[in-house]
Design a protein around this ligand. Sequence first.
Ligand SMILES: Nc1ncnc2c1ncn2[C@@H]1O[C@H](COP(=O)(O)OP(=O)(O)OP(=O)(O)O)[C@@H](O)[C@H]1O
Ligand SMILES: [Mg+2]
Length: 222
Amino acid sequence: MLEARRVHKWYNTKKAKLHVLRGISINVQSGELIALLGASGAGKSTLLHILGGLDVPTQGEVLLNGQNLYTIRDTVRASLRNRNIGFVFQFYHLMPEFTALENVMLPGLIAGNGRAAVQDKALRLLSQVGLEKRKTHYPAELSGGEQQRVAIARALINDPGVLLCDEPTGNLDSKTGEKICGILAELHREKTCTIVIATHSERVAAISSRVLSINDGLLAEK
Ligand SMILES: Nc1ncnc2c1ncn2[C@@H]1O[C@H](COP(=O)(O)OP(=O)(O)OP(=O)(O)O)[C@@H](O)[C@H]1O
Ligand SMILES: [Mg+2]
């Protein structure tokens, strides 16, 4: 359902060419939960962004349900992402001028769903991640872990077929991390979602159906 073919990514920095991904191919099957491990700087975020239609690979291609993500127009890709891909950014990227509730609702409204239904669902998701009491807070009024949980709720508002999470438990205490793992494991169990999670967490690896690791720009099964 989500496939990367011989994906390369390099950056031309002032000093030298930094070749981060060196020909990564991966076929993510429907309903899988993949943990993506690798040292800091190995290229986990880079790969997730490329898989999620957020960053163009220097070479290679990415297909979502057979559709090449980088040969379509930007507006078409944006709409495809909105409807099919939930993305939890490593650094959250919440909109500062909107409350927690509004941030979660936003992709639902962009998708053209009715306000009342979107709000109901956003409230349900916020309650699932334990944040019903923070719904009127702005991002600057939330802790890092709270922002991370708002970002998780936002990623789920449109029932995405694909959920890409960049270290979604990186800022959480062990009990809250457990709760988020529980939500991800349930999505996986119900096969409602195909999930790829960049993580350093053993707990996340333990709930995964496949564990991969990026080393020297290439993927290896663990
Ligand atoms: N725009 C850029 N220009 C130059 N180098 C970059 C750029 N973005 C990322 N890099 C480099 O690419 C490498 C991979 O970065 P990436 O963020 O994918 O790592 P990561 O595996 O997610 O690390 P972490 O676990 O710390 O989040 C890093 O060495 C980083 O310095
Ligand atoms: Mg990263």
